[in-house]
Design a protein around this ligand. Sequence first.
Ligand SMILES: *Cc1c(COP(=O)(O)O)cnc(C)c1O
Length: 400
Amino acid sequence: MKNDDWPRNYRKDTLLTHLGRHPEAHHGAVNPPVYHASTILSANMAEWEAKRAPGRRFDVVRYGLLGTPTTFALEEAVAAIEGGYRAMLMSSGLAAVTAPLQACLKNGDHLLMVDSVYGPARNFCDKVLTRCGIETTYYDPLIGEGIARLIRPNTRVVYVESPGSLTFEVQDVPAIAAAAHAAGAKVLMDNTWASPWLFPSFERGVDVSIHAATKYIVGHSDVMLGAVITTKEMYEPVRTMTADIGHCAGPDDVYLALRGLRTLSVRLERHQKNALTVARWLQTRPEVARVLYPALPEDPGYALWQRDFFGASGLFGMVLKPASRKAVYAMIDALDLFGIGASWGGFESLIQPTSPARIRSATHWEPEGPTLRLHIGLEDPQDLIEDLDRGFHALRTTLG
Ligand SMILES: *Cc1c(COP(=O)(O)O)cnc(C)c1O
């Protein structure tokens, strides 16, 4: 076992390489073994009792649902690299969105939800939370400290997601968190775009950080997984709720996420480099009205992004000049390297049409033309550019 001080003093890349690994406990194996376990046996009744001592529910291996050395390893690593207290895992990113909301809200409470939130999160608020007697008010992602005016005596949660899903507005998270905390509300953040690597949510005032680990943490488009990381104060209530609901994650999925995590830093660096190259080229194209990517100096969110983030991931949006649906579909169909698919964060490039304007309720988002979302993978960006060039040719030559 490493000494107690380890590894707090090391820099982030070192933590990413070493955290959650305990070779000395596993015959020297570099990676933790995959524990396939539901039943965990106790040697005798004294051990049975010890594992069930008050306050130890989430610290010991006592039942598969509550964790094994495999899940503890990933929890330890993701919590530390984001600067949180502890983490918990569940079977999807969407579960990581909904479980903390369930933990923090009860009948009669009020939730402030960002208007640019991930669509299924909005669906959960409108359908499930409404049925539980919890009211949701959607707010402008650019509201900043103005959020204070929307906070009511029963507002328990201010939920942020930055940049916004599909439209990529950067939120002033520190200003929103200051206003929320002054009113006694907690700040929950969907931090999937940046991953635990590029946005230090706890330093920015967030209480509960939510990740679709399905995306960059896993990084290979082959696993569904969610992770929630919290402050010390929020750990017990959120962890208890996730256990009470019955959330857990499959051991092989957790193992694949641990494997993906080790290369998170190098992958994101390349995703950003490639995405910037492609995004800058798109900005020069006559078919493109705007590129929605806060890492571009022309983006309205650039200043906040530069202030608060350590870098950008490879996901961004694009607004085309007016074009028919037929022409846009012809463009997408002409692409060879971009897969047509939802989700993102894997090593490969993806594209999909989006319709963000339709789902907004607090703000009016009026694009100049059709909108698309691109995930820029680890291919050579020059090949991606040539592929998109082929797509634009199809867009221009498709009539009607
Ligand atoms: C994909 C995604 C989720 C949900 O993750 P799943 O693992 O697909 O359930 C949540 N939030 C954001 C921002 C996402 O992009």
